[in-house]
Design a protein around this ligand. Structure first.
Ligand code: UD1
Length: 424
């Protein structure tokens, strides 16, 4: 990705235009980041295929380099050589750039016995504490001193496996614990673990490197500590949130779309929502076809939940899709406190949405009209694209640095499927 002058860039789209064509789903951002952290534990080169080209992935590569790793990109393949790991400190600017920089903590302390980092950024969804991460690592023997926004961590000897139970199945905490435990002394039993496909992807990588992780994808993960991990070659799973976003774009424009490389088994509670809205889905081995009706129907009640529930990350694009549906759709956001910022921008396009606390009520309107809008966060930005493509006239989206964190070549993909969208 080249350097971009972010503040002046705009994504313009002219609608309404039906999507019609094919899009290949990129690799999952939320898998790539913990996998890159995991490479720190390897005693030789690790090769990751299907890594998306995103600014968050660039940030993770910079973190690895700061720690002394050699990292090179060959298209969508990243090669990490962690053998010369020297640094134990992640500078504040990199910690602030993305919240998932915290998943490096478990891997760094496991490898070096110490780490120094600041609290992570990424607070646009409301408070995002890391108490569950820290409590678990402390129980494994890590001393953590919190001073002036900085975490000073060390462990005398090795981390020690133990029995852990999360009060909420946090994705990041589960990943951090897996990374800390895989080379710890003894066995870790983690209860109420997150069950997201990205957790299973991480377990698969660790096991391919010689780790002994079982139960990932279920609520109890057992990690038998091993002495060391070798490198391996691994292919990142497709991005289920990006897939959901493109499905929502096809649906809101009344179009049809073939998604290549999508894993429908990772979209269990997402696909029925499209069917409820009146779309016809055809699922094949690794393709997914959606045909939208002339006008969508409202969806009754979408409650975001930890996996396998409806993902909070898909709430914004799917909510945007329902703005033009016939009837009233209701959303309940159970994961993050402040995840309706896109609704204020959708109102500018003519949507009718009322938000009260965790609940958003969308009264479908018969038309949206293009307007200047701003991406409030990553998935909120995607929601504005979903609505903008279906709105009459030109929608001008700013705040593109949010979108570039999670969507590789969004406008080229959509243009390839017939959308009138361009970056200025
Ligand atoms: C990951 C995803 C993000 C997704 C989220 C929920 C990545 C890089 N990001 O974020 O896209 O929206 O899962 O599916 O994978 N919590 C605590 N204390 C903690 C940790 C979490 O209270 O120590 C709370 C959070 O504030 C939030 C909830 O738990 O309300 C879920 O957070 P978590 O599952 O940890 O999300 P992330 O790993 O940050």
């Amino acid at each position: 990705m080249g350097e971009r002058v972010l503040s002046v860039e705009k994504l313009k789209m002219e609608g309404p235009g039906k999507l019609s064509g094919e899009i290949t789903v990129q690799g999952a951002k939320n898998s790539t980041l913990p996998l890159l952290a995991a490479t720190l534990l390897c005693s030789s080169e690790a090769v990751l295929h299907n890594c998306p080209m995103l600014s968050d992935v660039d940030t993770a590569m910079r973190i690895l380099r700061t720690l002394g790793c050699r990292v090179r990109r060959e298209g969508h393949t990243l090669v990490v050589d962690p053998t010369q790991l020297t640094g134990d400190e992640i500078p504040e600017n990199l910690m602030r750039e993305m919240r998932s920089s915290i998943v490096f903590l478990g891997a760094i302390v496991s490898r070096l016995g110490k780490a120094r980092l600041s609290f992570p950024g990424g607070c646009e969804l409301g408070p995002r504490p890391i108490d569950l991460h820290l409590a678990a690592l402390r129980k494994m023997g890590l001393h953590i001193q919190e001073d002036h926004g900085c975490l000073e961590c060390y462990v005398p000897g090795r981390l020690t496996g133990c029995s852990l139970s999360l009060s909420f199945p946090s994705v990041g905490a589960t990943e951090n614990i897996m990374l800390a435990a895989v080379c710890a002394r003894g066995t870790t039993v983690l209860s109420n673990a997150a069950r997201e496909p990205e957790i299973s992807d991480l377990a698969e990588f660790l096991n391919a490197c010689g780790g002994k992780v079982s139960g990932a994808g279920g609520s109890v993960i057992v990690i038998e500590g091993v002495e060391s991990l070798s490198g391996c070659e691994h292919t990142v799973i497709p991005d289920r949130i990006v897939a959901a976003t493109y499905l929502a774009a096809a649906a809101s424009t009344g179009g049809q779309l073939l998604l290549r490389g999508a894993r429908s088994d990772h979209l269990q509670l997402v696909l029925p929502v499209f069917e409820e809205a009146g779309c016809a889905l055809k699922i094949d081995k690794d393709t997914l076809h959606i045909q939208a009706p002339q006008r969508l129907r409202a969806v009754k009640n979408i409650r975001t939940m930890p996996y396998p529930g409806f993902p909070t990350d898909a709430q914004a694009p799917v909510l945007a899709m329902t703005c033009l549906a016939e009837g009233t759709s209701v959303f309940v956001e159970n994961i993050f406190e402040s995840r309706y910022k896109h609704t204020g921008e959708l109102l500018r396009l003519g949507a009718n949405i009322k938000v009260e606390g965790r609940v958003a009520v969308v009264e479908g309107v018969s038309r949206l009209s293009g307007a200047p809008v701003q991406a409030p966060d990553l998935r909120g930005g995607a929601a504005l694209v979903v609505a903008g493509l279906a709105a009459e006239g030109i929608t001008e989206l700013t705040g593109l640095h949010h979108l570039d964190r999670g969507y590789e070549d969004l406008e080229a993909s959509l243009r390839g499927a017939g959308a009138c969208i361009w970056r200025e």
